[in-house]
Write a protein that binds this ligand. Sequence first.
Ligand SMILES: [Zn+2]
Length: 139
Amino acid sequence: MKVDKKIGKRTYEFTVQGENLFDAVMESKKLSFYDVHKCGCCGSDDLSLDAHVAQNKFKYVTIKCNNRDCRASLNFGSQTENPDIFYLKLRDKADGTGKEQDWRQPENIQSNTSGVAPQQVAQQQVNNYAAQQPQQPRQ
Ligand SMILES: [Zn+2]
């Protein structure tokens, strides 16, 4: 069974297999995300799928914006109960009206737009994650 996902102007074709229809459909549901047409930061449709491992253990799948002045990325999360099921990360909208895709730009994008190695960008994302941990209120 073939499953097409549109990421920007590219179409990625996934093939899922199963012993029978049930298994094949269950497999296809692991691709639990919808098409992403535009970058949430700059609106570019020049997007691509990327995957990397951070700190030798954390696996990330991301959608990357290829606009050199933007380079935002959108991480996939996977379910705790079933790490094979991937979905797009969402965050609460600032005005509290619902959820939006969790697009993030590297923090140094304004000052350094020329030559950040992918490795450094990955590290940046990890740092962003660490910074999001809820902080203990100070008494
Ligand atoms: Zn962008």
